[in-house]
Ligand binder design. Structure first.
Ligand code: ZN
Length: 82
C-alpha cells in the first residue's frame, strides 16, 4: 500500500518550514506540484507563492529546465509580506 515516490520537499527560504512538494507524475520524470501545495500567483512583480507557514511572499523565477513545475525559487528572497 505504501507507495514510495521520490517526493521532493522544498523548504521555505524565509521560515525553513516546508513550502511545497513536487512529485513525479509521468514516465518522463516530469514532476508537478504535489497536492496541497500553495498556488502559484503572479502580479506585476512576477510569479510568487505565499508560504502557508510564515505567510511571506516567496519569489519564484520561471524556469523551464527545472523538472517539476516550471519554476524555481529565486536566490533573492526579501521575505516580505505579500
Ligand atoms: Zn515560510
Amino acid at each position: 500500500m505504501a507507495q514510495r515516490q521520490s517526493v521532493n520537499v522544498v523548504p521555505c527560504p524565509c521560515c525553513k518550514g516546508e513550502l511545497y512538494r513536487t512529485t513525479p507524475i509521468d514516465t518522463r520524470g516530469v514532476g508537478a506540484l504535489a497536492m496541497g501545495s500553495p498556488h502559484i500567483q503572479s502580479d506585476e512583480r512576477g510569479p510568487f507563492m505565499i508560504c502557508p507557514r510564515c505567510y511571506k511572499r516567496v519569489v519564484l523565477i520561471s524556469d523551464r529546465t527545472t523538472a517539476g513545475a516550471g519554476f524555481k525559487l529565486s536566490d533573492d528572497q526579501p521575505c516580505i509580506s505579500p
